[in-house]
Design a protein around this ligand. Structure first.
Ligand SMILES: Cc1cc2nc3c(=O)[nH]c(=O)nc-3n(C[C@H](O)[C@H](O)[C@H](O)COP(=O)(O)O)c2cc1C
Length: 151
């Protein structure tokens, strides 16, 4: 069992819906999982999670949604090391945006890679041109990588 903090960013609500379903499923798998929305670093720190799960859509041109950007900037400024902890990312995007496909997820990945934690699995990048139900690939990915997570 792990203590998992989920942080999400959305424009139209899909990523929030995905994060909420993942949180429920993680609890069902026996983890202690809490969704922080909108995420604030002091609250996430207080929770003292073993694992951070970022669920973000992309807006603008590869940009992080407004409701997740303050948290991203806080993490970037305060650099809370995740040594001994792990993290994962579910990114929602649309491949018709070309080079900026899943850009918010990729920005998060670049930042988290610098915080010393362990990346639990390859970032899941969900293409809106391929699936209308992002919950489905997200839950499949979760089952594959989080069933036996201890930290
Ligand atoms: C104005 C706008 C800009 C977008 N820019 C990008 C982008 O740069 N890269 C990308 O992969 N997806 C982009 N998308 C697609 C969204 O990330 C995708 O539709 C996602 O599923 C929306 O999730 P949400 O409902 O959580 O906001 C954009 C969508 C909109 C409406």
């Amino acid at each position: 069992m792990a203590k998992i903090a989920l942080m999400t960013g959305t424009v139209y609500g899909s990523a929030l819906e995905v994060a909420s379903q993942l949180q429920q499923r993680l609890v069902g798998l026996g983890h202690q999982a809490q969704l922080f929305y909108p995420a604030k670093l002091n609250e996430v720190r207080q929770f003292d999670a073993d694992h951070w799960l970022i669920v973000t859509s992309t807006t603008g041109q590869g940009d992080i949604p407004d409701d997740l950007l303050p948290f991203f900037l806080q993490v970037n400024n305060e650099f809370p090391l995740l040594t001994g902890k792990s993290w994962g990312i579910v990114a929602l995007g649309d491949s018709s945006y070309g080079d900026t496909f899943c850009g918010a997820g990729r920005q998060w990945r670049e930042l988290l890679l610098q915080l010393n934690g362990n990346e639990i699995a390859e970032m899941l990048c969900i293409d809106a041109t391929e699936t209308l139900l992002p919950e489905q690939p997200s839950l499949a990915w979760l089952h594959q990588h989080y069933q036996h997570l201890t930290l």
